[in-house]
Design a protein. Sequence first.
Length: 637
Amino acid sequence: MDEYLEEFVREGEEHVTELNNALLTLESNPGDETAMDQIFRTAHTLKGNFGAMGFHDASDLAHAVEDLLDGMRQGDVAVTSDRMDHIFAGIDEIEVCLDQIEANGEVARNVRPIIDDLRTVLEESDGEEPVDDTAEAESADLDPAALVEGIDLESVDRPVYHVEVDMGDSAMPGVDAMFALEDIRSAFDVVGSVPSFEAIEDGEYDRTFDLAIASESGDVADQVAAVSKVEAATATELDLAALATSEAEDATEDAGSKSVGEIQSVRVDVDQLDELHGLVEQLVTTRIKLRRSVDLDNRRAEEELDELDKITSNLQDTVMDMRLVPMKKIVGKFPRLVRDLARDEDKQIDFDIEGDDVELDRTILTEISDPLMHLLRNSVDHGIESPEEREAAGKDPTGTITLRAERDRDRVQVIVEDDGRGIDHDAVRRKAVDKGIFTQSEVDALDEPAVAELIFHPGFSTNEEVTDVSGRGVGMDVVNDTVTRLDGSVAVESEEGAGTTITLTLPVTVAIVKVLFVVSGGEEYGIPIKAVDEISRMRPVKAVDGEEVVTYDDTVFPLIRLGDALDVPGTTKNGSGMLVKVRESERQVAIHCDEVRGQEEVVVKPFDGILSGIPGLSGAAVLGEGDVVTILDVATL
């Protein structure tokens, strides 16, 4: 795709997200002038951009959206959920146009039906009572700074008055204003106007227009009111000193932000960033090969390698930081998703997003977009009750769903929380038995956290009826599989009648991982350092219920012999071998191996295809001389 066209599409997608979220704000608070101004500016920009690029049908569509929004902005059209549905439909159509432009370089879709629909909504609202006249009148107050924009206020040696000129109900507003302005400008020093003089003479004002007049006279209003064609006038002296100070501060802020922005930020092509990341991976791998091939007695070579380590690590950190993208890049579309689902199911839902400035590797962010979408769908469909059901339970008829992201060192927790009905643990138990996942006695022995985890079992759903939102028996297992493949974990907490919280714990970055190298049966393996709690010589082994265990500070840990788990013959060295105690947050076990060889950062490539399902294995890394080392997954070993 052409470079400029791609830039146009990316910018258009950002505008669509901004529009959706600002429209949601306006729908919940029709009097929010800031949201309305942002919406109108964004819609106007979209219209202009489509037109400038030659996509006239899409420009007409954006124009229709803009006109309906302008009616709302002027107070001629009431902001209602039904009308917002029509605007959202128009925004969806704009998004489809952008998709077609990205794919084919043109808009092949017939957008006329949606344009006609928007025009019909605007026409049908013609003649209805103005909306919120008081708020509209207040919003119409003119900012005095607009009247004196571009004027060197410090050089003005006379008072300056803000004069509002009322032309009444003129049959020829442009002609009458032209004659009135001619007389006013001949009598006074008019230094500014809103709108412009040209616009006023074209009749582009609504009964009144505003002038800035410099004069020593104290009766400016009376003199202007006496001008032919003018019905009335009011005058207020401006505080020039305050306006000059404000103008200087704004100029300083603008200059500062422009200089900082241009120095601090540049656009980087994604393909180039991926290529740079690939080169860093090769550099890390080469560093490992080099260190393993150098004679350990060669002190000078060791010193050079240490320096290479520092350079490589710094470059690696820089590239990883470049790949980090804030959560807001994917969560911006979720408020609209929740709003539409809630409308479809006649539910009232407040949706909050917290921590959307938390950053993740763009690959991870892309991968978790669909899982997060599915979790939100489940919260709306399974979690939040109908308003009637919530009121009957003594709850607020409006439910709450919160999407929250929190950074904890090299991990990020993404939490989806709702205050709905919670998971029905008895229903989950019954379904687990019906599907043959557990026997009745086995499922009865499970505690509630373990029962809640069953929702991630493939094909598991407690919905008796398939809906358009969820309940198809797919999705939650994909959430778990996706997060696990990204070296993350999923946890669920739920209290019946109070709500459900699902937590995704994810790494900030992918690929380059520090691992501990261990040996069993002559084969070398890697254990991620983040999973290692302690390394020691072999301890006395006891048997509990037929299983081998070792003890650490009076705490019993099941023993996993690596050779047995991976079916490789043991050749134990260092007496009776070594123990690697795994962090309890990962799994409460100790792993026995023949020896421990140290630690190193490696580029881990996850297993794909049939290898991806092997318990205990997560991926592989290339070491010196092209040797491949298997990286262990201690959670499933």
